[in-house]
Write a protein that binds this ligand. Sequence first.
Ligand code: ARG
Length: 462
Amino acid sequence: ATTKLWGGRFTGKVDPLMTIYNESIHYDKRMHTADILGSSAYAKALQQCGIITPHELSEILRGLALIETEWVSGVFKIADDGTDEDIHTANERRLGELIGREIAGKLHTGRSRNDQVATDMRIWLRSTLDEIDVALVDLVKAHVGRAEAEMDALMPGYTHLQRAQPIRWSHWVMSQASYFASDLERLRQVRKRINVCPLGCGALAGNPFGVDREFLAKELGFEGVIGNSMVGVADRDFVVETMMWGSLLMGHISRWAEDLIIYSTQEFGFIKLADAYSTGSSLMPQKKNPDSLELLRGKSGRVFGQMAGFMYTLKGLPSTYNKDLQEDKEPLFDCTRTLLDSIHIATGVLSTLSINATKMRSALTMDMLATDLADYLVRKGVPFRETHHVSGAAVSMAEDKGLKGIDELGLERLKGLSGEFEEDVKHVFDFETSVERRSAIGGTARSCVVRQIEEVKKIIVG
Ligand code: ARG
């Protein structure tokens, strides 16, 4: 028999490449805390049903605590003969060394690495998502801070990337904050679904020693137990859902980054990135490149890919545990790392960039008030479809006459287009007025942006 955990029925040698191909310890060791927590709870459950004595329990708990300190202080030694194939195997081997195999060998009674790994993954992921939650709250707060401080800055709002209507810069900022706040709400919903306990499902059919699964769930901070053992060991929907969630978030970050890249060009000049988030060119001395934003945009592809890749892995698997499921870890670990780093970088970029309100304002042109001119006539009782034509005619007349904008046409020319124009039409040609008119909920008027800020603040506290 080989010295492997499952070596009992084996006599032949394993191909050394197969040993390497099979192992997951070099990446799943990060779940050491979750694994120790799960084992400690399981040991308590075993003692409750009389499989181990109180003395054996205290020995197991002592050994597990020691192992955890070894991991934390970095002295845990992974066996170099390839027998520590994963974190579960390594911890069990070490427990035997520390407290003796006689007692340590009882810990795995009725348990399988199948329910063990599913438990570890859920524990690890929920605390990782809690870190991401904190980071995302900071990102939203950075938006709120800017929106509050820079309420006065006006800029063009775009559709089709063409100048459309004047908006407040803070309205753009809060539009982005709103996506991120929704991401936060979704994250908290996903976390709820992750936080259910598979421990006590055994290999697939359930636990034959009557372990108290409600106790295990409570002990491990889960909100409930998974009600079918075949699901408990095999369900990786929570991994997929996390990566789908992350893909959506990265999509938002990517669009956000793209807007800021455009705003930071010399041609726009609305914003300037801090040196901390820019890089230079190895050839062109004058260059300052928005690498941070480009990486944020680029890394979205990586996260989408990990999500899609793991979906392919799951597709076509037969029910319950198959080793394919070990492939859940690397994409999930890389994805959550990428998400956390990206959120931090985005927060850094946003809170250190400077805006050029003068440049923003000078990008506003009178033709962007053509809708307001049409709306002026609407208020005088003219149907909008008609006023749209009149205003369009005013725009082209100003163009034909080589004027800078529709505000230079003068009352007489305007009267020629519609008898409803009067002296007060001059008030239309003001960007601030235009912005403040959009005061229905969700608009760009100051009161509405303030309202959005309030809404988002409520979401942050949860
Ligand atoms: N390292 C394995 C994984 O990540 C643990 C479960 C192994 N279970 C088994 N039946 N081979 O999936």
